[in-house]
Design a protein around this ligand. Structure first.
Ligand code: 13P
Length: 240
């Protein structure tokens, strides 16, 4: 099972230091793999604070080129170099706010895989797709269009856009269904049997246990509820 904290553009150096002190009280389990995605500027700082704990750090995004004249961008190589094990690509906030399209996301995923990072590819439908009964079709296209050429270090995060930060989630049956569909997609098209599919979107203290117990769910990608160490610890404990 896998759990990740996506801090987005939250927590400064002092708060990260405080958070890291709490991590020392976590009862880590060998059954759970965990990763924190801090803001880019604090990756190195967090990595050095927690490098002796069984929890990794990751980047919230990477560029699709490994170096060059791309002012303000961060390469997958740099993430690897500063201690990252993972990178998120295709988060809906980047798709929407930064106009990242599927082709670009595929390049980002491929560059990251080439730099020996593990990739969490985020997919998820808009509310209108769901209402029109087209959620699965939309997600399948996103996966098809964004896949790198090697799945060994790939995790899929199913994050319905309408569930992010909204306190709304699909029903457990709907989550099971979408995750099952994604797993079948990999089995049918690539003969891959063990793709890890995690759920994200308004996971919190109250619903995490049930979501993590749901069939086809291999963990969670947590936003708002991961910003407080005590809450993240309880969510982590629900995965054990
Ligand atoms: P929330 O948990 O705040 O809904 O965010 C989910 C998310 O976007 C994680 O990547």
């Amino acid at each position: 099972m896998f759990v990740a904290a996506n801090w987005k553009m939250n927590l400064d150096k002092n708060s990260i230091f405080e958070f890291s002190k709490h991590l020392n009280n976590f009862k880590f389990s060998s059954k759970v793999e965990a990763c924190i995605f801090p803001p880019m500027t604090y990756i190195d700082y967090l990595y050095n604070l927690i490098k002796n704990l069984p929890i990794s750090v990751g980047g919230q995004n990477c560029h699709f080129k490994s170096s060059g004249a791309f002012t303000g961008e961060v390469s997958a190589n740099f993430l690897k170099d500063t201690g990252c094990e993972y990178v998120l690509v295709g988060h809906s906030e980047r798709r929407i706010l930064n106009n990242e399209n599927n082709a670009e996301i595929k390049s980002r995923a491929q560059t990251a895989i080439n730099s020996n990072l593990k990739v969490i590819l985020c997919v998820g439908e808009r509310l209108t797709d769901r209402e029109e009964g087209k959620a699965l079709e939309y997600i399948e296209k996103q996966i098809n269009d964004c896949l790198p050429n090697n799945f060994k270090n790939l995790i899929i995060a199913y994050e319905p856009i309408w569930a992010i930060g909204s306190n709304q989630t699909p029903s457990l049956g709907e989550i099971e269904n979408v995750h099952g569909y994604i797993k079948k997609f990999f089995l049918k098209n690539y003969d891959v049997k063990n793709i890890c599919v995690i759920y994200g979107g308004s996971v919190n203290l109250n619903n995490s246990k049930d979501i993590f117990k749901t069939k086809n769910v291999d963990g969670g990608l947590i936003g708002g509820a991961s910003l407080k160490a005590d809450d993240f610890k309880k969510i982590y404990d629900n995965l054990k």
